[in-house]
Ligand binder design. Structure first.
Ligand SMILES: [Zn+2]
Length: 247
């Protein structure tokens, strides 16, 4: 393949712009904010689960408390009724009086036990309430952090994308000047060779694979016509001769 030396040198410009685009894409993928947001999202999910658990405990204990308070009320009302009967003087049989007294005593004990249960439930309810409040505050803090990280990520992405757009425009302009067959070969090699299809021959070294040409290869390149498209014997990339090639 033949191409004017100036077009071959232009290919190096296109290559440099392609490398910049690859670097920008890499920077886009590897923004530290991505990892930061992933870790914050995991933490948020975990904290949200904990908050749901605390809120469930909060409503469960509220229900339990109502139920236990109703139990206390029932016992209290029954004891009051018994006491009323006792005070009314209508119960006269010693056996009935004794049984009434004994029921009042046992109801008092029962009420005492139930009140202890109510207190215990209230403590659990207050603890769950405090925990839910604490978790809500922590969650709010995490959400602020996540929003901040997302804003920083978006700003960085906008900046990278704007730069990539301008590099792509520059690249398109540079590429129009290059003969189609040379550009096609370059694209094919670039795909095969990890993004680098054309390399400068710099002081007898291929800048694509970094290997120095041996004397036979140097002589071959020297003998090649200026418009011949030379390839690196080692990596097969297009080897572009410049005044710095050391020939
Ligand atoms: Zn090479």
């Amino acid at each position: 393949m033949n191409a004017a030396p100036a077009d071959q040198i232009r290919l190096l410009d296109v290559q440099a712009l392609d490398v910049r685009l690859t670097q920008l894409a890499h920077r886009r993928d590897k923004l530290p904010e991505h990892a930061e947001i992933r870790s914050l999202d995991a933490e948020l999910a975990q904290q949200r689960d904990l908050l749901v658990a605390a809120q469930t405990e909060e409503s469960d204990t509220a229900r339990e408390q109502t139920k236990a308070e109703q139990d206390v009320d029932q016992v209290r009302q029954r004891a009051a009724r018994d006491q009323q009967r006792l005070d009314s003087g209508k119960v006269t049989s010693p056996k009935d009086l004794e049984s009434l007294q004994s029921e009042i005593t046992s109801l008092a004990r029962r009420q005492d036990d139930l009140e202890t249960i109510v207190l215990e439930i209230m403590e659990r309810h207050e603890a769950a309430q405090a925990r839910a409040k604490e978790l809500s505050a922590a969650l709010e803090g995490l959400e602020t952090k996540a929003a901040d990280a997302a804003a920083r990520r978006d700003a960085a992405l906008r900046e990278i994308d704007a730069e990539a757009d301008s590099v792509r425009t520059e690249r398109a302009e540079a590429a129009t000047a290059i003969p189609a067959d040379l550009l096609k070969l370059y694209e094919k090699l670039r795909e095969q060779q990890g993004g680098v299809g054309a390399a400068q021959l710099y002081q007898r070294r291929c800048e694509g694979c970094r290997l120095e040409l041996n004397i036979t290869e140097v002589n071959e390149v020297r003998a090649a016509a200026p418009d011949a498209v030379v390839r690196c014997e080692n990596c097969r990339r297009i080897l572009v001769r410049t005044p710095k090639s050391g020939l």
